[in-house]
Design a protein around this ligand. Sequence first.
Ligand code: SAM
Length: 210
Amino acid sequence: MSPQTDISLHPPLPPSARLAAPGLFFRRWIANPLQMGSITPSSPALCRRVVANSDWANGGAVVELGAGTGVISNALLAAGLPANRLFVVEIVPAMADHLAGTLPGANVICGDAGALPDLIPAAWHGRIGTVICGIPLVLLPHAAKQRLVDAMEAVAPGKGFLHFSYMMGSPIDARRLGLAGRRVAWTPLNLPPASVWRYVPTGAPAAVPT
Ligand SMILES: C[S@@+](CC[C@H](N)C(=O)[O-])C[C@H]1O[C@@H](n2cnc3c(N)ncnc32)[C@H](O)[C@@H]1O
């Protein structure tokens, strides 16, 4: 796959998809609250803050893990990210189907983000400007968190990732995962209020007994 340089604004979601999306999100939350981690999709204010901290300069791609109903994906496209340079990974088939139907031209992948190096075409490894992790890391055991962190590092070496959280402090023990983290944005205009964190690798994970 070769990157294209044309930049076209993404059309807004069709009304039928906009109406269907919150219902789909809520049904998935009922089915598996730990996998969803939130009862509603991210608000426009939170999406704007994630987009403002994302980078796709110089032909880079953006990878979004746990895209849900695609609110952040749509905000990225509306901000000018070419659809062919957006990779979204979603583990729930019904949500991946929804994303494929509402994000024309984007690379929608149904799968477990822990297997990211196998899901993102090798030609794009190392050409990713930003990874956005929408998966509720705080709810995962350490080994699963480390697997995701390692998977993101494999496709976007040294880039780290953006993550949003409803907690007061860092939602993950960054040092234990070999990361340094800082809050880059906060908004009260989300249910619940949310922070955007940027985590970057610091080297080898700290040796902390499990
Ligand atoms: C908090 S929701 C975020 C949805 C969307 N990004 C938003 O901001 O509204 C978390 C999403 O991560 C997905 N997810 C959870 N574990 C995953 C995994 N291992 N791989 C890919 N997606 C996953 C869930 O199905 C859900 O859609």
